[in-house]
Design a protein around this ligand. Sequence first.
Ligand code: GLN
Length: 254
Amino acid sequence: MKLTIGHLYPDLLNLYGDQGNIKCLMRRLQWRGIEAEVKPFLSGESLDFADLDVVLLGGGSDREQELVCRQLGEIRRDFGSYVEDGGVVLAVCGGYQILGDYYRTAEKEIPGLGILPAYTKWEPRRLVGNIILDSPLSLAPVVGFENHGGRTYIGEGAPFGRVLFGYGNTRTSGYEGLRYKNVIGTYLHGPLLPKNPEICDYLLERALERKFGGVWKLRRLPDRLERQANACMVERYCDRGYVWRERVGRYLPF
Ligand code: GLN
């Protein structure tokens, strides 16, 4: 039993440890006795989505993003079919913006892939700092780091989470990211998955279900350090919330 993880354009899209997401996906599969293979696709290389079970698109600067967009035009249809078929994707920051309809900077409009119902407009004040969300995909609050000039508008789409601390999609909407089928688009670097193992397992379970059928619930892992780190961030930045208490082995309000 094996899952294949495709890392798209790590030579251009890889900021603030986005690569850690790949390691986390691999290790959490291996800890459950499931084989994992990573296929990096450098810019210019061809790829076949039929071989992939999870796809990661990381973040990049506006310049790198534009380069990637040109190349992605060639695989737009295959990428779209993969998503419509329930293919699992994690798209972070620049990667999230690329999957939308367009990204309008101060100078020009960079066309997106039109896979996610969203569009992005650049504004001069960058949104930078730690961020904490309440997400339906995780019992623990989701923690991360954001740094973007773009504001992403998701219309009626389902957000990844509600912002408890930080800026999120537009600074004012109160929401962060977008969920569409088995795609998570988000501004959260960190990297996201090692900091938020419940999100990692959510993506893996969807990928296992798509490949092998049935309903998958992965065996829980101790995640002691992850929960302690999470509680530390939530207590530091939120005035109230739920955090893991090792002593009693469950989440309690503070
Ligand atoms: N170019 C985008 C922005 O600044 C994405 C940046 C990133 O991926 N960190 O909005």
